[in-house]
Design a binder for this molecule. Sequence first.
Ligand SMILES: Nc1ncnc2c1ncn2[C@@H]1O[C@H](COP(=O)(O)OP(=O)(O)OP(=O)(O)O)[C@@H](O)[C@H]1O
Ligand SMILES: [Mg+2]
Length: 298
Amino acid sequence: MSITNEESTAASSCSHHEGNGHSAHASCGHHHCNNDRPLKEVKHIIAVASGKGGVGKSTFAVNLALTLAQTGAKVGLIDADFYGPSIPTMFGLVDAKPEVEGKNLVPLEKWGVKLMSIGFLIESDTAVIWRGPMVSSAVKQFINEVEWKELDYLIFDLPPGTGDIQITIAQTIPLTGAIIVTTPQDVAIADVSKAVSMFRKVNVPLLGLVENMSYYELPDGTKDYIFGHHGGEIFARTQGLAFLGSIPIDRAVREGGDSGTPCLLSHPDSATSKAINQAGLEVVRRISIMEAESGVEQ
Ligand SMILES: Nc1ncnc2c1ncn2[C@@H]1O[C@H](COP(=O)(O)OP(=O)(O)OP(=O)(O)O)[C@@H](O)[C@H]1O
Ligand SMILES: [Mg+2]
């Protein structure tokens, strides 16, 4: 695979995410609405998104992937942040390079999670200076020209905001749903509501909201709500979103991200890892309920 700079073919919006699964719209012109849809061997595709940067999307996406893999599921993770890829560092794979099979890339694999990131293809100190359409076409290559094979879950770690990449993914990939990550503070909530309305506009189901950096537990056991009190939970309630849980500020999370051993593996029994685990299992539960309700075969 080579990352080309061809213009992306922008998909027009249609209501392909409504009704009983995507195959119901075989004539709408979206390539995923028929048997040639991309990622047809992937059962569930989940986007992890936020409006604001630095709230913990990548951290949650990584630990969610591990939670799902620990249930025995086959899991893949796409780092869709082309300008600031985090997955290679968070998985301790900074110098790793994927193999090529035919004209496709073979995803890297660690801890039972298949991985692809622009960080595996460029030098880590090289800045990506592509424009939006080039990034959109690179996203499409990550989908179509990587040997994902059969997966139960493929997770997209999105960049912050509601720009080209998010819209390309929301419109061209049959997303099972999106998870919103936010901190409790007002400026994050203001941005996150834009992300929520973007997903609603393109009919991507919202699986729920995770409040990250909810509080810091002091040595005497009291909680310091550094970024505000329950802002994410209140926002979820007012927006009618499922609240997936509160993840505390925890040194082990930051260290896990930087050292390449996620906290779920380094501190599996901590309150933080338990909160992350619980949020991940709630996502699984909500997906199965959603699909049972819409009559889609698992
Ligand atoms: N609960 C937490 N406790 C402590 N540190 C955290 C927590 N969540 C995230 N971090 C740290 O905060 C920083 C930002 O997190 P992360 O990269 O996951 O955010 P992001 O939303 O993906 O950012 P970007 O918008 O740049 O993609 C990282 O250094 C990460 O280790
Ligand atoms: Mg990130």
